[in-house]
Ligand binder design. Sequence first.
Ligand code: HSE
Length: 312
Amino acid sequence: MSAGEIRAFAPATVANVGCGFDVLGFALEAPGDTVVARRTDGRGVTLVDVRGDGGVLPRDERNTAFVAAAAVLQSAGVEHGVALTLEKGMPLASGLGSSAASAVAAVVAVDALLGSRLSFAERLRCALEGERAAVGTPHADNAGASLAGGFVLVRGSGQDTSLLSLPVPENLTCAMLHPHVEISTRDARQALPTSVALSDAVTQWGNVGALVTALHRSDHALLASALVDRVAEPARAPRVPGFIETCAAAREAGALGSGLSGSGPSIFALCDGRERAEEVARAMRAAFERGGHGAANAWVSPVGAPGARVIP
Ligand code: HSE
């Protein structure tokens, strides 16, 4: 990195976390995206290069990092421009918050380059502009968790979006399976029901309350019973190869519960401790492969890892 450049990393995230469609998310330790930003004498954003995406992502104002960086320039009211390089460190359309990580890394890099002028709320709003460009909606469960780190609850929407930081029980660990297929969040949102039966809604908000309580009390049994999603997962899971076998394998190997990470295809499982999570990750991958669903990789991460930051 040359002098005058700022490099920022933003982690992948698990959004929804079962029952919390668009309102719950937590940060993973890895993978994540990196943005390098430097000042230019021109105006606006120049996306100099995107690496690690196989040439698939737009290199212009349609890129989520570009949009988020432009929002930072506008919020900070600066006259000069920035040049960005985006290094994708995570798979696209994977359910791991890829577009959010790019937007958040751009926001953190550009804000730091300008002398850290923006408040947390302004940084979140800029990252959500990136999400809006990538996905069509500025949902904050991925971007909020990637920016803040930890485990977050999203409240409000649009300009009124805010986050509450939730406690994470000691040793709560995530086992993750990433099937090597792509599901675009934009498409997956179109698969959602346009209305929800009142009985499902009642179950769902009861589960969200129970999950938040379980995190506060470190109550694993309550957490396990609260992870059920009656709204998004039933509509999306049929499109995810091996979903049922993989979740069953996670449970048999001792996971507290599992579900779609974001809009999928990745599948997360929450576990008590790293050793258990390693076993669960192995079991999930073995079940997926036994089912003949193709390639997948699995890994573990603490739940609620640190959020986006400037790195050397
Ligand atoms: N809450 C979003 C959704 C997350 O489920 O559509 C997308 O990763």
